[in-house]
Design a binder for this molecule. Structure first.
Ligand SMILES: [Zn+2]
Length: 210
């Protein structure tokens, strides 16, 4: 009988500690833990690419908010390096990122070319082993969605911001200098579709690789 009581007490203590572990989502040693870290390129004085009155910084801010919403709808925790039209220097962006633990970093940009025929999506990574699977998941989803042409995944050490301890990609979404890309990028509904496609890709990446 005494044995049974002790057994009961041990079970209750174990159950309580399990419940407690479930409730605590953020260990004290790591106060900021996110699934996805979104970086809307440029901001403030830095407009990025420009086509007439359309500015890369505004489009990417708008897209980043839509992507955040789509990912949060799927239950992911999302952090953005900026959520308004503020100027953030590269070293400030990197410092912000260094204070955060994430499973994936996505930097959002768009392109511009003197040749109006240049179009489509280019995706950059710094390290194939670390970021290749995420890049390929995004390539697969955006190719299937065929909203814009998917050009390539390129491994390059050119972008310092991609030097993260977790997988990171830079998406250059279309060309402001191309008429059909510009139409998609500045259209709110098309932006939402694009954000949903990226969110879908993130979901399938996490399902396969975490
Ligand atoms: Zn840019």
């Amino acid at each position: 009988m005494i044995k049974q009581i002790w057994f009961g007490i041990v079970v209750i203590i174990l159950m309580q500690s399990c419940v407690r572990d479930k409730l605590i989502q953020y260990p004290e040693s790591m106060p900021y833990v996110y699934d996805v870290l979104i970086d809307a390129g440029h901001g403030g004085d830095d407009s990025g690419a420009q086509s007439q009155s359309v500015l890369e910084k505004d489009l990417m801010l708008s897209l980043s908010q839509k992507l955040k919403k789509a990912l949060e709808h799927e239950g992911y925790r999302v952090y953005c390096t900026r959520s308004n039209d503020e100027s953030i220097k590269l070293n400030e962006r990197i410092a912000k990122m260094d204070s955060i633990e994430a499973r994936l970093f996505i930097s959002l940009h768009t392109n511009f070319s003197k040749d109006g025929n240049d179009n489509g999506i280019n995706l950059y990574i710094r390290n194939q082993q670390q970021s290749g699977p995420a890049a390929e998941a995004i390539q697969k989803e955006l190719t299937q969605a065929s909203l814009m042409h998917f050009n390539k995944i390129e491994e390059t050490s050119h972008f310092k911001i991609l030097n993260t301890p977790f997988p990171s990609v830079m998406l250059n979404l279309g060309y402001l200098s191309n008429e059909s890309d510009l139409f998609i990028l500045r259209n709110e509904e098309q932006q939402t579709v694009l954000a949903q496609n990226i969110s879908k890709a993130v979901k399938s990446y996490f399902q396969l690789h975490n």
